[in-house]
Design a protein around this ligand. Structure first.
Ligand SMILES: C[S@@+](CC[C@H](N)C(=O)[O-])C[C@H]1O[C@@H](n2cnc3c(N)ncnc32)[C@H](O)[C@@H]1O
Length: 323
């Protein structure tokens, strides 16, 4: 299983080799977002079961003024840097308000998916013709290192949509420590955390009735077929999700429905699957307020303000660097 963020330098092929050779087998969820994966994720965000996007959208829509006041308390001019920006639907609410306040800022979205970046920049250029925008496609771990020197103004780093939930607690701490390393005294971090709630509500978000989440997971096998010359038959795998309340995490798996051998041309290698053997695909860690405060402290930050939706399903937590 993935143990360290240090894997960032690996290529898709290296990561697939490592994951399918491991016991238990795993694949990294950062590879979900090829063109089809990004399209399927946009569908997921509209599903009735996927409360996360609506809850965070509610926070952005109802608390815009306070968020802006908190962002501009120390520095009136800033770079708004978004890690894993996706389609930017929620961020658009903030940007629209910031522009109306004639705020002095630039927007720097970063995403590993070219499709996501193309969609976002097309939409924002159209919606916000006066927005100063500098989008980057790539792994945010790599791009981060360049930010310290590239961004001359105060940085406000957005990490929304429970992206952080895709890291284990140890990986999350490691990630925030790295971020802390490229941040200065007046920089801020704004992180979206999905909160603990009725386990049944959480589980449904990762196991929707229409099977879009299943298709989203299976699409990674199709991507391996296309990009690495593998011969996965997606009908021979089924999606399975669980929520473990003690660990406070949902986990998604693809289960091999029969004993089978899959070959991957680019790796010059075959992989054996036993009947009902799982591939671990994704963790979705859930938090409570205490866990968030502890995580901030352990990684060199102070959680200064929390913005909740009305049902307390989700929180956007504002962190400043602790000196
Ligand atoms: C769960 S979506 C969230 C999108 C958006 N932040 C939102 O809240 O709707 C995750 C996004 O992060 C991107 N992503 C995942 N891992 C990444 C990485 N290592 N580097 C850059 N982008 C990444 C994906 O391409 C995808 O667009």
């Amino acid at each position: 299983m993935q143990s360290s963020i240090a894997t960032k330098q690996n290529t898709f092929a290296d990561d697939v080799l490592r994951g399918l050779s491991a016991t238990p087998k795993f694949l990294s969820s950062k590879y979900f977002y090829d063109d089809e994966g990004s399209r399927l994720f946009q569908e997921i965000m509209k599903l009735p079961e996927y409360y996360l996007t609506r809850a965070e959208f509610e926070i952005f829509s109802t608390r815009t003024k306070e968020i802006f006041a908190a962002f501009t308390e120390k520095s009136k001019s800033f770079d708004l840097i978004e890690l894993g920006a996706g389609d930017g639907t929620k961020t658009a609410v903030l940007i629209d308000y910031f522009l109306k306040q004639t705020a002095d800022f630039s927007y720097l979205p970063i995403d590993i998916s070219q499709e996501a970046i193309d969609f976002l920049t097309g939409k924002f250029k159209n919606e916000f013709p006066h927005l100063s925008m500098n989008a980057k496609t790539g792994d945010y771990f790599r791009i981060l290192e360049t930010l310290k020197t590239e961004s001359k103004r105060a940085k406000i780093i957005l990490f929304l949509g429970s992206n952080i939930g895709n890291f284990s607690k140890a990986q999350a701490q490691d990630f925030f420590r790295q971020l802390r390393g490229v941040m200065n005294e007046n920089d801020l971090l704004f992180v979206g955390f999905d909160l603990q709630k009725d386990p049944r509500v959480i589980l449904q978000a990762y196991d929707d009735a229409q099977g879009v989440t299943a298709a989203f997971n299976l699409n990674l096998l199709t991507r391996i077929n296309r990009e690495l010359g593998a011969n996965f038959n997606t009908n021979d795998f089924s999606h399975y999700a669980v929520y473990r309340p003690v660990e406070c995490a949902a986990r998604s798996f693809l289960i091999s429905r029969r004993a089978q051998t899959v070959s991957v041309e680019a790796l010059n290698k075959s992989f054996e699957f036993a009947a009902w053997e799982p591939i671990f695909m994704e963790i979705s860690q859930k938090y409570n307020q205490e866990m968030i405060g502890d995580l901030a402290l352990a990684s060199g930050f102070l959680a200064t303000q929390n913005f909740f939706d009305e049902r307390k399903f989700f929180v956007d937590s504002l962190w400043k660097v602790s000196l």
